[in-house]
Design a protein around this ligand. Structure first.
Ligand code: PGA
Length: 261
């Protein structure tokens, strides 16, 4: 697994266009000063902030990448309120988050819908950030791996693998996010996460046969625990929700995780 970690900020339903501009005015400069080989940083703002963020990153020649938090699986049509993969590409997105547990649990997204979203994203050339995670009940009944394996096998199917849409799978990102750890302040031990990541990696390598995506951890990552999560080599980075909303805190986390280099 690559040694320079990846950091994703998932802003969820937070920040107006003005607030986005103010965050970037602080963050882009700090990030540029980090090093000649800065870690990969991806920010996922709300849909309304995608364009301003794409334009600002381009104007300033920043290496920070842009992700959307969701997409619809159809390419166009009568789907009021939805956004297609092509629209995201045109708005300047490189990545898209697919299957976040809030989408699954609050908006009824099924594994089948997550699979169709992956297909649509890949056809448009977007790089997926696929979220998987077990519930507290799964954890207590020792069903963590069956749950994760089920989520992975539902999305990584033959129609994607055999049609060549997974050729760049080593660029994809998988975020392992235990549902019970998201926004709760509770986390698994980094060693437990490393074990799960090894299982995910083995499963994907066997299923797709095209190498492995980078596997990130997400769920209550903060300034206090980021260094411990960066220790196991199996953890290729983090997906940060709440703690990424402050430019200062998110930058501090990146600096801590990369020892300020
Ligand atoms: P959190 O969210 O860092 O606020 O727990 C992570 C996520 O939902 O992606």
């Amino acid at each position: 697994m690559a040694s320079i970690p990846c950091f994703i900020a998932n802003w969820k339903m937070n920040k107006t266009v003005t607030e986005t501009a103010s965050y970037l005015s602080d963050f882009i400069g700090k990030y540029a000063e980090l090093s000649d080989h800065p870690p990969q940083v991806i920010i996922a703002p709300s849909f309304t902030s995608l364009s301003i963020m794409a334009n600002t990153l381009k104007e300033q020649g920043s290496k920070i990448a842009l992700a959307a938090q969701n997409l619809h699986f159809e390419p166009s049509g009568a789907f009021t309120g939805e956004i297609s993969a092509e629209m995201l590409c045109a708005a300047g997105c490189d990545y898209v988050i697919i299957g976040h547990s809030e989408r699954r649990n609050l908006f009824g997204e099924t594994d089948e819908m997550v699979h169709r979203k992956l297909l649509s994203a890949r056809k448009a050339g977007l790089i997926p950030i696929i979220c998987i995670g077990e519930s507290l009940k799964d954890r207590h009944t020792e069903k963590t791996w069956p749950r994760l394996q089920g989520q992975l096998s539902a999305v990584l199917t033959d129609d994607i693998i055999k049609s060549g849409l997974a050729e760049n799978i080593s660029d994809w990102l998988i975020a392992y996010e235990p549902v019970w750890a998201i926004g709760t302040g509770e986390t698994p031990e980094p060693d437990e996460v490393a074990d799960v990541h090894r299982q995910i990696q083995g499963f994907i390598e066997n299923t797709a046969g095209k190498g492995s995506p980078r596997i990130l951890y997400g769920g209550s990552v903060s300034e206090k625990n980021i260094e411990t999560f960066m220790k196991p080599p199996e953890i290729g980075g983090v997906l940060v929700g709440g703690a990424s909303l402050s430019a200062e805190t998110f930058f501090k986390m990146i600096a801590l995780a990369t020892n300020g280099t």
